[in-house]
Design a protein around this ligand. Sequence first.
Ligand code: ADP
Length: 852
Amino acid sequence: MSSVSPIQIPSRLPLLLTHEGVLLPGSTMRTSVDSARNLQLVRSRLLKGTSLQSTILGVIPNTPDPASDAQDLPPLHRIGTAALAVQVVGSNWPKPHYTLLITGLCRFQIIQVVKEKPYPVAEVEQLDRLEEFPNTCKTREELGELSEQFYKYAVQLVEMLDMSVPAVAKLRRLLDSLPREALPDILTSIIRTSNKEKLQILDAVSLEERFKMTIPLLVRQIEGLKLLQKTRKHKQDDDKRVIAIRPMRRITHVSGALADEDEDEDNDDIVMLEKKIRTSSMPEQAHKVCVKEIKRLKKMPQSMPEYALTRNYLELMVELPWNKSTTDRLDIRAARVLLDNDHYAMEKLKKRVLEYLAVRQLKNNLKGPILCFVGPPGVGKTSVGRSVAKTLGREFHRIALGGVCDQSDIRGHRRTYVGSMPGRIINGLKTVGVNNPVFLLDEVDKLGKSLQGDPAAALLEVLDPEQNHNFTDHYLNVAFDLSQVLFIATANTTATIPPALLDRMEIIQVPGYTQEEKIEIAHRHLIPKQLEQHGLTPQQIQIPQVTTLDIITRYTREAGVRSLDRKLGAICRAVAVKVAEGQHREARLDRPDAAEGEGCKEHILEDGKSSPVSDTTDLALPPEMPILIDFHALKDILGPPMYEMEVSERLSQPGVAIGLAWTPLGGEIMFVEASRMDGEGQLTLTGQLGNVMKESAHLAISWLRSNAKKYHLTNASGSFDLLENTDIHLHFPAGAVTKDGPSAGVTIATCLASLFSGRLVRSDVAMTGEITLRGLVLPVGGIKDKALAAHRAGLKRVIIPQRNEKDLEEIPANVRQDLSFITASCLDEVLNAAFDGGFTVKARPGLLNSKL
Ligand code: ADP
């Protein structure tokens, strides 16, 4: 009988948490690693370590590792198996994971977990194989009959198998050459046993107990074999191979060579897969395909590239939630409360969402238009989508479509491609694990188009309720019913959404926020959220409303609240440092005199005015609580203000006017500058203008030329022919941004009128409107966003086309109060409102004189 050298494992072992199989000493197992802690363990221990010791792990069975390492460690199974990692294979698909080949060495018991992150490490006590086995004589005596009985059963079992199979012959030889004490573990891992039984064997630390527990398992296996031999005598040999024994090669002795056992493990997996297919609730058609594929898979050699492809395919098929769904719990009243609690303002959007949900509740199906929230970034579109999922009690999944330009992204690649995979819809369903989630199709306006087909067209099929009950992903190649999925789309602008797609959707505009709304949102939602994220409490930091207003006006210029949120985050980070430093110092110093000299802290002080004191005193003090963020603190943390009101400065010369523009990012004020010089009547336009804008400029000039006499507009030499010996240059600053659209017409006309009349445009007025050659003012879009932009910029008067008067209702009351809106139906009215004292001829006697 050969001897087995004793094993000495380190006193501290990194722990690998497994829950799929149980590794027993003396056997080898393949295990997949994809959770955060286990991945860390593989990366930092196995892949980086160079010594033999770094390849020894403590495998803890029956303990699922939480997916994220932020979660606490679950209760660990008390006894584990120290194992040698023999092989590590990494893969990135379908998600990053490693496959480990591990060989069990001996049992151990956890004494104490010494570290939980990045992977758990425990102090352990080795439970067996401490000494050499050859003192078997003594053991054999002690265990006496038990060990003999066990050996007999083991031999009986092996002899029932086909000895012509080399693996069986080897097993037979091993039974004699291995020490008896090693046999219970090894045989348990090769005969058919459940995980629970294996776990019991692992927990049986005393040898006697282990023998006692394993004998019934052997007997069961022998009985099973006998029965089988009886019933299928004619195919005896095959049965023996299939049923009785797991691979002989699995009995890899610790000190012996490790045999490759890929094939057998995979066979096991295939049996599992087959079982899953059988028990899965997939529809008939999909089931047929799976059965066909698994038959093919069984015949395929594993080395064939298609093997992995087919296996992955089948794994996806069984994982997909064909029939699994969550039950909707829709209570409109609760939904209203939840939406109100999560989101301030945005009344129109909330109202429409509630209507949508109410109709859903009454009708109980999802047919109808897909909701599409359109608005600038950071106005809460995604966040409302998430709330909808929450109110319905559904899973939420966001599919980012920005930049997607290949239809396979939506519909998957055909399985003939190398690296083919399902599209984002099917992947999303796999991720959420139910067939009725809320899918947020983010940024549908940024779908691209390329040679690989049009993803928008693929989306059409997904969104069309008439078609999507049998959506066919190219990879799956069988229909999946998407009719239970609730789709919500978001976009910044409807202009770039393909018309066919737009047609399927109901657009809900989500305009930007006013300053007041932003302040409310910041104090009700953003600040509490940021405090929580940074581990701060209102007792530690206080941000008054004036500070928030400062951040909004001087550090951000946006329609939504995303930069505001970021800036608040920056403030919280800075304060967190102060608080942590303070706590540290308090703990360290804890001196009574440390409290002296209050108020000599740096800028983040109660009144912000205290003069800076020497660094040493400064450092010796914990910050006073709460740290109040005033303008000085703001400047210190965020730097000097980024945006200052520059409006009045820029309007100090004739030939400048302020227009209002709409962009996908919200409304903006836009300066228009004009100058004239000697020349030949040329018009130069700069500032990356589109064709429509250029046309507006020509229209404005033509109108002014034809009305030059009426308004007494002259060129530099006093002639009514404005372009005579004169060149005009019009510029739209922020030249890097492309601008187009007709709504700058009135601004260009006003700016040129100012240039030719030599009068200043009022510095507090902004305007928008399309013009015609005859000087009429036509309506334009985006009035609310434009008004908000004017309000943000501190302007007082806004000139809009008369036919846009109805849009004023949408503007929040406080903005309407602060701004005076002047409606104009023709350019005369615009000019009268844009210049102090109007733009009539009588008002300008000086100029009149010069004409005489
Ligand atoms: P979008 O999808 O429109 O670009 P998000 O939904 O990502 O914007 O919103 C950005 C952040 O602003 C989120 O943290 C969100 O909670 C917050 N937010 C936006 N609007 C509101 C609101 N009205 N009330 C509360 N929080 C809001």
